[in-house]
Design a protein around this ligand. Sequence first.
Ligand code: FUB
Length: 485
Amino acid sequence: MKHFRHFREVLTLSFSIFLSSFTPSGTLRAQNPFVQTWFTSDPAPMVHDGKMYVYTGHDEDGADFFWMQEWRVYSTEDMVNWQDHGSPLALESFSWADDRAWASQCVERDGKFYWYICAHSKLSGGMAIGVAVSDTPVGPFRDAIGKPLFENGSWDHIDPTVLIDDDGQAWLMWGNPQCYYLKLNRDMTSYSGELGRLDMTEEAFGSPMMNKREKGKKYKDSYVEGPWLTKRNGTYQLLYAAGGVPEHISYSTAPHPTGPWKYAGEIMPLSETNSFTNHCGVADYKGHSYFFYHTGKLPRGGGFGRSVAVEEFKYNADGSFPTILPTNEGVKPIQTFNPYRKVEAETMAFSRGLKTEQNDEVGVYVADIHNGDYIKLQNVDFSGNMQKQFAARVASGLRGGQIEVRIDSLKGHLLARLEVPGTGGWEKWQTFTADFAEKAEGTHDLYLVFTGRKARNSSTSTGGKSAACSRSSWKMAEQAHTRLS
Ligand code: FUB
């Protein structure tokens, strides 16, 4: 049974706590994968109005194929604490789509946000490129044209990438194993000219397409799917998943989006990521360059249970990419996190055992909370002498539990403990507060540790977890301790 089912929205952290000198110990350092609540794939970053957004796919729990139903959005201002914006776009948003909500990318133009997706079309029976539009980066999104933007019955039409060039021309590219392109009109929802095909030559991508390869010849590389079109110092760069199964990430460069493209080398070589696909996106943000990709590294993850990850990198002096390796550590925060404000509960640098859900009434909220689960916020700046309260808006149809506010580690110094009673129903939201016993100063990682009723059967090994857990929390606790800490 769950103790609090929903812990949502109002996470008002108001501190004025004395903290002498605590030694950080046992701090959990892993930042990748940076979403732990759901399996997420095919990350597409977009910087807008001072925030980094990432648009992702959503691999279903326990899936045996890419049976994907929706897309999700996350945002951050410091690169480590991510807010979950839920799923503002799903297959149901497109009357013509019936399956495979695969890779996507969103771009802003003239104050509107255009989210290019691919999905299986019940009209043509193949994969199709679609476009959704919204007034905000986090939705609500709607099908912009009520039909596919491009389809012709082929299964090639996956993984759209979009670039608005310096002269205002927007280019849409996609495809497996052929890379296609279209010139979008200013409205971003229609196009001019014919469907273009990049010349898939050995010089351009390390090998020609499969049907043109010489038997027995060893090729340098091969384009597969997942293109990401970008431009640096006047040169177009096309990053893509390469090599077949398993995939690594390579890139090619060109003086013009239509070519001629020239193979430029590997960026992310094959590594032990537990995923046979990879899919990337790059973005510069606040003076840093970031490479997004996916792995299968969450507990119970794998080829069809992927998770988005990010690495910081520096371009070489000539604008070329360095080799970028996947890490568990991920990236460092680029600014501190201000706790003296209302923080959506679904904002986290790391979590264990939790899910996020959403409804029309309260938006996105944290759900599935069990004894021993936690949320970590990283690099929280406690400077200033602020109020003395921690507040949380919660709903519990059962008996509730407690939220322990700790710093530096899961067992770190306890600043406050909030008692959460049953609220009389899963949709009965109430705000509770707890005074802080002490004062924290300086910058710390902050842990919200959820505790609740313990199960009688607490002796089962969970890979190092000593605290007893309610039975229904067993699975996630076990995974977290073997893979995430
Ligand atoms: O997520 C489904 C498919 O897997 C994507 O469209 C490909 O790029 C690969 O990541």
